[in-house]
Design a protein around this ligand. Structure first.
Ligand SMILES: Cc1ncc(COP(=O)(O)O)c(C=O)c1O
Length: 329
C-alpha cells in the first residue's frame, strides 16, 4: 500500500475501555473506543480524517479550509478547530437557512472564527461555492475544498488508520473482537473501518448503523467510494456487497430530528456508564447495537467495540435541548 503522510490534529491513540454495567445487563462484553476524546473542540471522529486532509492542504500551499454540512455539522466544527491551530481560515457552507437562534455547534464555530454561509432556497450550493471561493481568492487566499464529512478517498484513510490502532490496542489487551459498531453517515468512518478490516484480514464484523435514510443506490455509491480509495492507495483489496453490514432501522424520525428512543438510549448510557452520547449519531448507533444484541443478531457473550464518534455538542442544539430539559428538569 502507498505511504501517505498525515499530521496529527488530535490526541491519538484514543482509549478503549469496557462498559461494565451495560455489558452485564446485555450478556456481552461491550467495549467503547473514545473517539469523542480526540482532544479539541469537544473531539470526535473528524479529526482522524483531517489528519490527512490538513497535510494535503498544507502541501498544496492552501491557507483556507472550505467545507460543507448541515447547520449543526460536527465536521465543520472540527475543521474550524484545525484551521485556527494552523493559522488558516475556515469557511463552512451550510445547507438550509440560517437558524434564528444559535446553539450547539454553531456557537462553537463562531467562537473559532469560522466564516459561515447558508444555502438559501434561491441559491444552489455550487453557485454559493463558486462565489465564496472567488471572494477569498480575490483577497489572495488559496482555498482547499473538503467534501461533506471529510469523506474523500483521502479522508477515509483516517479510519483505515484507526483499524491499525485498534488492532494493536486489542492485541495488547488480549482481546479478540467479534464486532465493531459505528454510526454511518457520509461513509468515511464506516468505510475506513471496512477497508482496514479487509486489508488486515481481521475476523470481526464491522456494522454500520445508518443515521439518515439511505437508499440501496446510495449504499452502492458508498461501496464504490471505498473501492476508489482502495485503488488510489494500492491496497490491493476489493470491498464486495457481502463485506458490508449496514442497518437502516434506527434512523428514527430522520437525520438529526429529535426522537424519544434515541434520547432514552442517551439517558441510559449516561446513567449506567457516565458517558454522554449525542442525539444525531452515537445515540442512534448505540440503540442499533443494543437491539442487535437483544435480537441475538450479535451473538451472546461476544466481544463488541462501539466507536464513540463524538458529536456531544449536539445535546445543546436548541431542538434537542428543549426535549431534554422537558424530560429531565
Ligand atoms: C459524531 C459523528 N458520528 C458519526 C458520524 C458519521 O461519520 P461518517 O460521516 O464518516 O459516516 C458523524 C458525521 O458527521 C459525526 O459527526
Amino acid at each position: 500500500m502507498k505511504d501517505v503522510d498525515k499530521i496529527n490534529t488530535g490526541f491519538f491513540n484514543t482509549p478503549i475501555h469496557k462498559l461494565n454495567n451495560i455489558s452485564k445487563e446485555y450478556n456481552c462484553n461491550i467495549y467503547i473506543k473514545r473517539d469523542d476524546m480526540t482532544g479539541f473542540a469537544f473531539g470526535g471522529n473528524k479529526l482522524r480524517k483531517l489528519n490527512y486532509l490538513l497535510k494535503d492542504a498544507l502541501d498544496k500551499g492552501c491557507d483556507t479550509l472550505l467545507t460543507y454540512g448541515g447547520p449543526q455539522t460536527n465536521h465543520g466544527r472540527l475543521t474550524a478547530s484545525v484551521a485556527v491551530r494552523y493559522g488558516m481560515k475556515c469557511i463552512i457552507i451550510m445547507d438550509g437557512k440560517k437558524p434564528e437562534e444559535a446553539s450547539g455547534n454553531l456557537i462553537l464555530d463562531k467562537m473559532m472564527n469560522a466564516d459561515l454561509y447558508f444555502v438559501e432556497e434561491i441559491d444552489s450550493k455550487d453557485e454559493i461555492k463558486d462565489r465564496v471561493i472567488e471572494k477569498y481568492e480575490k483577497k489572495g487566499h488559496k482555498v482547499y475544498e473538503i467534501p461533506v464529512g471529510g469523506s474523500s478517498t483521502l479522508g477515509i484513510l483516517g479510519y483505515f488508520d484507526a483499524v491499525k490502532e485498534i488492532n494493536q490496542q486489542t492485541k495488547d489487551m488480549k482481546l479478540e473482537l467479534d464486532y465493531i459498531v459505528c454510526g454511518y453517515g457520509s461513509a468515511g468512518t464506516y468505510g475506513g473501518l471496512v477497508l482496514g478490516k479487509k486489508y488486515f484480514k481481521n475476523n470481526y464484523n464491522v456494522i454500520g448503523i445508518c443515521v439518515s435514510n439511505k437508499s440501496e443506490n446510495q449504499i452502492e455509491e458508498d461501496r464504490k467510494y471505498m473501492n476508489n480509495s482502495a485503488d488510489e492507495f494500492d491496497m490491493n483489496i476489493k470491498i464486495n456487497e457481502e463485506d458490508l453490514w449496514i442497518e437502516k432501522g434506527f434512523v428514527g424520525e430522520g437525520y438529526n430530528i429529535p426522537d424519544n428512543k434515541t434520547r432514552e438510549i442517551i439517558y441510559y448510557v449516561a446513567s449506567k456508564e457516565g458517558i454522554i452520547l449525542d442525539p444525531c449519531y452515537t445515540g442512534k448507533a448505540f440503540n442499533g447495537m443494543l437491539q442487535l444484541i437483544r435480537d441475538k443478531r450479535i451473538k451472546p457473550d461476544s466481544n463488541i467495540l462501539f466507536i464513540h464518534t463524538g458529536g456531544t455538542p449536539g445535546i445543546y442544539i436548541k431542538e434537542h435541548l428543549e426535549h431534554i430539559k422537558k424530560e429531565l428538569w
